[in-house]
Design a protein around this ligand. Sequence first.
Ligand code: ASP
Length: 335
Amino acid sequence: MDKVLILNTGGTIGMALTANGYTPIKGYFRTELERIEELEHENMPKWDMIEMDPILDSSNITVNDWNKIGEVIRDNYDDYCGFVIVHGTDTMAYTASALSFMLRNLDKPVVLTGSQIPLCELRSDGRDNLITSLVIAKDAVVKEVCLYFGGKLMRGNRATKFSADKLIAFKSCNYPYLADAGITIKYNPNLLRQPTGGKFELQKLDDVPIGVLKIFPGIQFGLFESMITENLKGIVFETFGSGNVPGNGGELIPIIKSSFDHGAVIVVCSQCPQGTVSLGTYETSSGLKKAGAVAGHDLTTEAAVAKLYYLFSCGYSAEEVKKYMEIDLVGELTE
Ligand code: ASP
């Protein structure tokens, strides 16, 4: 039972160079793994590997793929001590966030990892990311959905892709790292989630219409009105600083009110990767609060999107979704 299941969903780590740039190719990742001798080292856990069909550049990942990943974990849950999900970096933080909600009562490690440079290239960061993720999955100290990259282990729903080209590509800006992998892997036990003791189960997600609107100087809210009021059930506003929007929210207030009448929920997050939203601190955010928008506190946009998918998929009403968006469910926000 100290065996780890690797699920390859795609991503740079197992890509090959084609005429159209790097692309995932069926079976290629397994060939690359065979070239990594350390994977058979006596201190490594035993592992099996399965590949998703099709394997994807993570830009193409959908809610349906999150469900497929969840099903693989559910169907193999009793046979492995932990899981390593190999994934592209572009949307890894979204998938990690989604899985943190979907895998209810998890009491095993689920570690997402990948690389910035493919394994087939000379300076690939994929080897360490993969080897260390396997060790973390075997150690089973961290029993939650987490993301390992560039020497840092972080809570999955706190992670964000921070760099398009550095090997330390992810950050956890509002929650400390769960472990640092230097000469040894140093876990921070006080920061880890404790298993609930409940029965493990998978909550699958529906393709709920969700939107993200990044606020910018000069934004003409009227242009987005029908989208906000009629088309979407959950909308994340990426606002300035601690939740501020232009025009003291004036033009937005009737739009927000009308969106609630249509059963939508508006969550206010920040464009700043670090810090928290605090509605009402400035006049420029007080209107949002009065109109009934919900503060996303220190949620990442990735976690806010995933949480909206999750709550609506659970069948909650818009009022209930509003309530739960402000409550910490799986370590995703600081209340
Ligand atoms: N486009 C790639 C992906 O997300 C980038 C990467 O894996 O680093 O699948």
